[in-house]
Design a protein around this ligand. Sequence first.
Ligand SMILES: NC(=O)c1ccc[n+]([C@@H]2O[C@H](COP(=O)([O-])OP(=O)(O)OC[C@H]3O[C@@H](n4cnc5c(N)ncnc54)[C@H](OP(=O)(O)O)[C@@H]3O)[C@@H](O)[C@H]2O)c1
Length: 334
Amino acid sequence: MTKIGVIGYGTIGKRVSDAVLLQNDMKLVGITGNSYNYKIEVAKKKGIKIFSADKVGEDLKKNNIYLSGNIYDLVKECDVVVDCTPKGVGQKNKETYLSYDKKAIFQGGESLEVADTSFVAQCNYNQSINKDYIRVVSCNTTGLCRTLHAVDKQYGIDNVHATIIRRAADPWDIYHGPINSIVPVLELPSHHGPDVRTVLPEFSVFTTAMTVPTTIMHVHSVTVDLKNPATDEDVIELFRNTTRIKVVRNSEKIRSTAEIIEFAKDLGRPRGDMPETCVWDKAIGTWGNKLFYLQAVHQESNVVLETIDAIRAAMGFPSAQESIKKTNESMGIN
Ligand SMILES: NC(=O)c1ccc[n+]([C@@H]2O[C@H](COP(=O)([O-])OP(=O)(O)OC[C@H]3O[C@@H](n4cnc5c(N)ncnc54)[C@H](OP(=O)(O)O)[C@@H]3O)[C@@H](O)[C@H]2O)c1
């Protein structure tokens, strides 16, 4: 049993904690609370041990949250720490993980330098086996890597251009926007292309990005220059047969991000999550050696699967395929 501590209990941390609870080879020691809020109340209701993110946990104690200790006590008790704090905090927390000689998994908001490897299970699991510090790449990078890796293995890729249409904020977030604008990312390439290359360095990837007023999922418009030609039908079949990719069908009236998330809710997925990269069947097309497709990425959940596999890689679990299978089965992904 690998003992896990989750630092930061927000969008990603609460999902990672629930996913750890579903694994038969992992034990959730506890989570850290920073400020008092409804998420901490839910953790308490679930019987999860709560540790304060700072030494004292004044705000939590004041609101009748029983503390099992502080972040240092939690880190001491764990084999692997999963840092799910906001961008940049993980880098600071690393000093604590280093001082207790603990392995840590970081999220995609952290810079590349925080970890030994960047990780997407189905692409490069083996590079992270027994590593002490692993960075699960961002939701967008994860989504791109899953489909591009499958295409590269089957047909070979020369070049990729992708446009990332980003959701403005997570659904609970009342602070960010835009609410009535499309905001281009004025940086070329956007950071996603270089990030994909930290996992898949074999071909060049150029990305552009913009933010739009929605909270449910990112959409990617992808153009791939293939080494060997493909047909639309073959690519649909390839994606159907690749783990963590779901081909969504126009005939089922799944034509939008809204319908994908409604579908996930109807399937009974926890929190209405859709961790698979969803590709629309009617938006897969070929023209000469070019392949085009449109895919949707559920930002709140796709990296959770990867985080569970990254824990196994850190602990030396030898098989990517077996880890992916265990994670998928535990979380109802087929
Ligand atoms: N949300 C996404 O769409 C998404 C997708 C993929 C990857 N990521 C990455 O995942 C990481 C976490 O993002 P998130 O969206 O889950 O953030 P979030 O929802 O804001 O959650 C962050 C959590 O960390 C806690 N926290 C804040 N400062 C802390 C500190 N100094 N020490 C310990 N805990 C602290 C917060 O507590 P309080 O709320 O009490 O301050 C909150 O529980 C980031 O690297 C992000 O880039 C996010």
